[in-house]
Design a protein around this ligand. Structure first.
Ligand code: FES
Length: 126
């Protein structure tokens, strides 16, 4: 049913928690199932250096959260916005058709975190 990677990220999720004083925070919920995901990011010199998540949701949502927080590290905020739900599903080795909607949470929560970061207008002077 789930790929080996999905099981791994579900059983051993990476980047669980919340960054204190995060540069950007995004929260996304799915009204249909009631699941909620929060992603927080830390940005330095236009690079996302850390990302963490808190998710109340199914196994697929946990795996998506874990994978997307891994994928986003080292990317610029602009490149982070290009990560699609399809990219995350592909990295996870696929999701069962009835679980594809769970991947929406990850991409949307990340987009909101980047938008929040941009709204705050953090500026670095080297
Ligand atoms: Fe709601 Fe998976 S069932 S996110």
């Amino acid at each position: 049913m789930y790929s080996e990677k999905v099981n791994d990220h579900f059983m051993n999720p990476r980047n669980v928690g919340e960054i204190l004083g995060a540069d950007g925070i995004g929260i996304e919920g799915n009204l249909a199932c009631g699941d909620v995901m929060q992603i927080s990011i830390q940005v330095e010199n236009d690079k996302i250096v850390d990302a963490k998540f808190k998710t109340f949701g199914c196994g697929a949502a946990i795996a998506v959260s874990s994978m997307i927080t891994e994928m986003v590290k080292g990317k610029t905020p602009a490149d982070a916005l290009k990560i699609s739900k399809e990219d995350v599903v592909q990295e996870l080795g696929g999701l069962p058709p009835q679980k594809m909607h769970c991947s929406n949470l990850g991409a949307n929560a990340l987009r909101k975190a980047v938008e929040d970061y941009r709204k705050k207008g953090k500026v670095y002077i080297a």
